[in-house]
Write a protein of this length. Structure first.
Length: 593
């Protein structure tokens, strides 16, 4: 019997064992009543007799699911080794593997011969800072609530406003609108006021750390914060309090930013439903904010934080940014350390900013990216941000077929967006790429099932609010039947996809596309994507009234080159006014409803 054959049953045997413990039909061929312990490769190491708990019928049924049909004699031979494997699995499950433990393998985007970007970082932000007196604060500080960091930072640096006053303003807005939006889990008010006071003191002393110094922000509640609950939005972890900060929190602390809130997220990073309810879209509170960086997009859009951090595995930055009308950046896989962040899919999880302006995305990425000696997937390539880079020097494609398939109001909206890009000096060549490997999305589900196997086994997964067929509990249970061989085959197919997409992107610095186009492909290949608001379509409220909801346009780039899609997105933002529209009326209406 080939060892590889029984490995295919890895995901099936525990289910078969559970069924067998309740009802054990007699084996049609009972060659033995005990199974030898697995002595390792070659059978060495001795044998220990164990009861035979997996029957021939159960093995045959499992093989049918895998599309395999073996002869009776082959099944008889398999029984001893399959039963022996079951005892090994049970012994393995007794080992305490902490949630933060990474598998002993890693995904790296790009081709094996990819050469890292060399030379020093080129980072030239356009934030204007100057001496005190050169900037004037508005009479009502709340007017700056919707401003991007690029406008707020000069006020902080020149001491026209203090970080403490700014922090108190955002905290007040969070307390006022947050309960309506269900966009935060924990306010970090004592820490925030302490960090803001420290920022003010440093700035008065002339020790300005940069454009994030003194800026209040929030993070998706899957980033560890020392001594502050980090709940992952899920019932089993409501009392979880980490004893150290995630790397991104450490780096934002170093940049002088002020943490005011742990923001809501779909439970265990799916959707916008968490243990307190569904996070709302500030433009239309009858809609959820999408997920799973639900609170990050909602709070940023509503002007409750200066900026936020989210994560994406398969659309969790792009989707809520589109729903809530924010600028979002999904960086290259391996650009930002995931140390101290909840793992859903070790080979697909990515960390990125959600902001109100494109250049803010660059400022935040600059503060958090790069190796930390803790996440083995992080590359050392410098991040280049050149906002004045000539557009004529760039090769820009457009996924025209995806835009052409749109109909009605969306078609008109995106036709106008492409026309505005052309007016901004963006020359685009039609390109085409067909997304043809979406079936390997089960990689995410299998890794998620492995990450949360403990709460699946002990039943805590049943406490999550979402219990429908598409929700995590059912997905985790179903994914227990994914064979190891099929998982590895899918990862090999993913390699072919990476090769195909690298060949497609080699001729283009940026490809413009609808935000949700190629979402599976680019999350599997690890390519970066930027989205920014490009207009509004009408949604119908329960009252029959129409209300505008935002849409975004997307820009993808080559791996480790976020600067190029950011540059084209900035050109679009500067040529339009959509980024200046905010959900003020909808928020005020929500307060009286």
């Amino acid at each position: 019997m080939d060892r590889r054959t029984w490995l295919q049953l890895l995901g099936l045997l525990s289910t078969a064992s559970a069924a067998n413990s309740q009802q054990r039909p007699p084996a049609t061929t009972p060659p033995a009543t005990t199974a030898p312990g697995d002595g390792g490769r070659g059978g060495r190491g001795g044998f220990q007799q164990q009861p035979m708990r997996i029957t021939k019928e159960q093995v045959a049924a499992a093989l049918t699911l895998l599309g395999l049909n073996f002869q009776d004699a082959e099944l008889d031979l398999m029984l001893r080794r399959v039963n022996s494997a079951l005892y090994n699995y049970e012994a393995l499950r007794k080992i305490d593997v902490p949630y933060g433990t990474e598998p002993a393998f890693a995904f790296h985007p790009g081709l094996p011969d990819r050469q890292p970007i060399h030379g020093p970082q080129r980072f030239f932000p356009t934030v204007v800072t100057s001496r005190r007196g050169h900037h004037t604060a508005p009479a009502d500080l709340e007017e700056v609530a919707f401003w991007p960091v690029t406008r707020i930072a000069p006020l902080i640096h020149s001491r026209a406003i203090t970080s403490t006053d700014l922090t108190k303003m955002y905290l007040a807005r969070m307390k006022k609108y947050g309960p309506k939006l269900l966009c935060y889990v924990t306010l970090t008010e004592p820490l925030a006021l302490e960090q803001a006071a420290a920022a003010d003191q440093e700035i008065r002393a002339g020790r300005y750390r940069g454009p994030l110094h003194g800026i209040p922000y929030g993070v998706k509640d899957l980033f560890d914060t020392k001594g502050i609950p980090t709940t992952w939005g899920a019932e089993p972890f409501q009392s979880r309090v980490p004893n150290e900060d995630a790397t991104v929190i450490e780096r934002l602390n170093k940049a002088g930013a002020v943490l005011i809130a742990k923001l809501s997220m779909g439970a265990l990073a799916m959707g916008d439903l968490w243990f307190q309810g569904r996070t709302k879209n500030p433009w239309n509170l009858e809609q959820g904010s999408s997920g799973s960086s639900a609170g990050s997009a909602s709070a940023t859009s509503a002007g409750l934080v200066g900026f936020s951090l989210g994560t994406e595995t398969l659309g969790s930055i792009v989707s809520p940014s589109t729903q809530c009308g924010t600028a979002g950046l999904r960086p290259t896989y391996g650009r930002v350390s995931r140390h101290g962040a909840m793992a859903l899919s070790w080979t697909m999880d990515k960390i990125g900013p959600i902001c109100r302006g494109v250049e803010d995305l660059a400022l935040v990425l600059h503060a958090v990216y790069g190796p930390d000696g803790k996440d083995r997937t992080v590359g050392a390539d410098p991040f280049h941000w050149e906002p004045h880079r000539p557009l004529t020097s760039m090769k820009i494609g457009v996924l025209q077929s995806a835009f052409d398939r749109m109909q009605g109001p969306q078609k008109a909206l995106y036709d106008q967006a492409l026309a505005d890009l052309k007016k901004a000096g963006v020359e685009m060549t039609p390109v085409d790429f067909q997304e043809d490997l979406t079936q390997v999305r089960f990689l995410l589900e299998a890794e998620g099932a492995a990450a949360f196997d403990d709460i699946t086994r002990d039943g805590q997964v049943r406490t999550l609010k979402g219990q429908a067929a598409q929700d995590w509990p059912n997905t985790f249970r179903s994914s227990r039947l994914v064979p190891a061989v099929e998982y590895i085959r899918a990862q090999r197919a993913r390699t072919l996809l990476v090769e195909k997409f690298e060949a497609f992107m080699k001729d283009w610095d940026v490809v413009v596309l609808p935000s949700n186009a190629l979402l599976t492909t680019t999350n599997l290949t690890g390519n970066p994507q930027v989205v920014t608001k490009c207009g509004f379509i009408d949604a119908t409220l329960q009252s029959g009234e129409k209300t505008p909801v935002p849409r975004t346009i997307g820009f993808i780039g080559r791996v480790y080159d976020e600067g190029s899609p950011l540059r084209v997105a900035l050109a679009y933002e500067q040529a339009t006014e959509w980024h200046n529209r905010h959900p003020v009326a909808a928020l005020e209406k929500a307060l009286v409803s």
